[in-house]
Design a protein around this ligand. Structure first.
Ligand code: KG4
Ligand code: ZN
Length: 334
């Protein structure tokens, strides 16, 4: 069983021999009215959701509690109160069933979501080593993955994450939280070369998105002085142009990472991997550069417990278990 509770999704999944039997997610709508995730409200919602979500995951998988032989949970990084709910639940279950407890790193699990196959279908999964661009609301990383237990971050953001860049840009356009999916939707009707936003010059494989946010802020302020309805009239083109720049910042670093490492198996992961513009540009870039490209199914891109269960499965094979005294951590250290 895998349990995920690091942010505002309460999720449980059952996995057997690396195959996902169920993947249940309860999202917390309450945060939209505050324009971002409120940690205390998230913890309380996790407490309410966790038992029904676990029950549904067992039911959907047609598995009984007594058949579970290990429980994996997200140990870091995340909101501390949210992590505590999932960890305490997992520990209690492991203790009461006398089965191993497995602590999972949320970002490593996002990467391993690429190893989830499709039941009854032949979804291809990447060979090792592969490079993964992990793009979520809190992180932006380029990771070399040598095996399920051996990964290394070779580039990451120096300030905002890609998801934050989407969400903050959306906020400047007056769109509700989380704005990433809305920018994606409006961008599909827009012209991405209508407005130009700068690409930061950051050496190596690291990213920066704070300059982009500032340039969007000034651009909107200027244009609104000339025409107060500028945003409403040009929303699709602004969204397409913002999205186009975020995508080009991400892909240019990935191209560099592939050239530097010689690795041509390339993966996406994390909530922003649900972005249609990124998925399309990633696949187009891949086919022009001879990459093999892999993107998890949508439900395994955004926060989910299937990726925790799958990572737990690999740690189970390695007998990589945690004591009941293991603590959660808000930090992203690997
Ligand atoms: O991985 P995730 O579900 O949660 C974290 O671990 O952070 O990522 C959430 C982020 C949010 O910033 C959300 O706006 C962004 O992913 N996101 C998107 C899309 N779907 C989710 N951003 C752009 N386009 C999308 N379609
Ligand atoms: Zn995540």
């Amino acid at each position: 069983m895998g349990i995920e509770s690091s942010c505002d999704e309460t999720a449980a999944s059952i996995c057997t021999d690396g195959e996902i039997l169920s993947n249940i997610i309860a999202s917390q709508d309450i945060h939209a009215r505050y324009g971002g995730v409120v940690p205390e409200l998230a913890s309380r919602a996790h407490l309410q959701n966790i038992l029904p979500v676990v029950d549904q995951a067992l039911l959907k998988a047609s598995v009984s509690l007594s058949e579970i032989n290990a429980v994996a949970f997200t140990q870091s990084p995340g909101l501390i109160g949210s992590l505590l709910v999932g960890a305490q639940f997992a520990k209690s279950l492991a203790f009461s069933l006398d089965i191993p407890l497995i602590a999972v790193h949320h970002m490593q699990a996002h990467v391993l979501a690429n190893l989830i196959g499709e039941t009854g279908k032949s979804k291809s999964i990447p060979d090792f080593p592969f490079l993964c661009l992990t793009v979520s609301g809190g992180h932006t990383q380029v990771v070399i993955c040598e095996s399920p237990s051996h990964m290394e971050v070779i580039g990451e953001t120096l300030d905002d994450a890609a998801g934050e860049a989407f969400d903050k840009s959306a906020k400047l356009l007056g769109l509700p939280y989380p704005g990433g999916p809305l920018i994606d939707r409006f961008a599909s009707d827009g012209n991405d070369s209508r407005f130009t936003f700068p690409e930061p010059r950051i050496p190596g494989l690291n990213f920066s998105f704070s300059g982009l946010k500032t340039s969007i802020l000034y651009f909107i302020q200027n244009e609104k002085e000339k025409d107060p309805e500028f945003v409403e009239k040009n929303l699709a083109d602004i969204c397409a142009s913002v999205q186009g720049r975020i995508v080009s910042i991400l892909l240019n670093k990935l191209i560099k990472a592939s050239a530097q490492t010689g690795i041509k198996n390339l993966c996406l992961a994390g909530g922003v991997a649900a972005n249609k513009g990124l998925r399309k540009a990633f696949e187009e870039t891949g086919s022009s550069l001879g990459w093999k490209t892999f993107i998890p199914k949508m439900e395994y891109c955004t926060d989910n417990a299937a990726m925790i269960a799958l990572t737990g499965y690999h740690k189970f094979l390695d007998q990589s278990f945690s004591p009941l005294s293991v603590t959660v951590s808000a930090r992203a250290d690997w």
